[in-house]
Design a binder for this molecule. Structure first.
Ligand code: PD2
Ligand code: ZN
Length: 301
């Protein structure tokens, strides 16, 4: 579909959806799923609902049904930051495996929106152990970036402990970074240093977005180093007996932590419409070790 027109039929359908009580983001998702380009769909929703409400208040219709009023009001919040290009894997031919240079990686599952790819065999058992052992001496209770100032803070939503390697800090780190860059087609230089997290039983990472919130005052400072985050790769370094999955609450999806496996997801704009809300479920039995690689838009220096 190169040119998409907002027809009277489409406008009627949008009004019906709103009257049936579907929220604008649900209607938007349904339009995008059936092939509408997102900017066109957003415009169709905003103009249709606004015009319809205007007609009603001009007395040409009876009283606006509450769901429609709510939908028209909410449709104004659909405007989003523009999307950028993001790292991705070439799954166009539905490959079972992908050559990541020094290792062949298994494709276990993938999803389009949110873009999520579950990978097997990304790391060898020896690489997992080497990352854990190198991280252990530097572990401290995890900090998250403090978006109000751009500094770091202790976060009660994150009860793991963690540390950051610098890029290329040791040969295993450098090898894994080169593999990731090749796998997702994104320069090594755009990656933050790998972070290792350790969760004990009961520890979790509550659902969050990995991009930096554009509305937070500290974000411009953070973005000076390489721009926004555009993708995340969580690599599982061991296997808790129960719990500790990586969850995507918007789509009811959970990735089980399997040693050497990883979950990749990308977000082309810092907005919930990417559906990349995700969390680390509480560890129920055993412990959990992960290594996270965040990829930025530009060189992270
Ligand atoms: O450990 C995880 O499963 C997890 C979940 C959500 C890690 C992260 N986010 C992260 O490192 O950003
Ligand atoms: Zn995260």
């Amino acid at each position: 579909m190169s040119h998409q027109t907002i027809t009277p039929e489409l406008r009627r359908w949008i009004v019906e959806q709103a009257q049936a009580g579907f929220t604008p983001d649900v209607v938007l998702a349904s339009m995008v799923a059936s092939g509408w380009r997102e900017p066109v769909a957003v415009q169709a929703l905003e103009t249709t609902l606004r015009d319809h409400l205007r007609q009603q208040s001009a007395g040409r219709a009876v009283v606006a049904a509450p769901p429609l009023q709510a939908a028209a009001a909410a449709s104004g919040t659909l405007a989003q930051p523009a999307g950028v290009s993001v790292p991705d894997l070439d799954l166009s031919q539905s490959p079972r495996q992908i050559d990541a240079g020094d290792r062949v990686v298994d494709v276990i599952a993938s999803m389009g929106h949110p873009r999520v790819v579950v990978l097997g065999n990304l790391l060898s058992a020896e690489e997992c152990d080497a990352l854990i052992e190198a991280a252990k001496p530097q572990l401290a209770r995890s900090l998250t970036v403090e978006t109000k100032t751009g500094g770091e803070e202790l976060n009660p939503d994150r009860t793991s402990s963690g540390m950051f390697f610098t890029r290329g800090q040791n040969p295993v780190v450098a090898r894994v970074e080169a593999r990731i860059a090749r796998l997702v087609g994104w320069p090594v230089e755009n990656g933050e240093g790998i972070q290792v997290l350790h969760y004990r039983p009961g520890a979790e990472y509550k659902p969050h977005y990995d991009y930096f919130d554009p509305d937070e005052p500290g974000t411009p400072t953070i973005l000076r180093r390489g721009g926004q985050r555009v993708a995340t790769l969580v690599m599982y370094l061991n296997e808790p007996a129960r719990g500790g999955g990586t969850t995507f609450p918007d789509v009811g999806f959970e990735v089980a932590p399997k040693r050497g496996h990883a979950v990749f997801f990308s977000y082309d704009r810092p907005h919930p419409s990417t559906r990349t809300l995700h969390g680390g479920a509480p560890v129920i039995e055993g412990e959990k070790w992960v290594a996270t690689k965040w990829l930025r838009e530009r060189e992270f220096a």
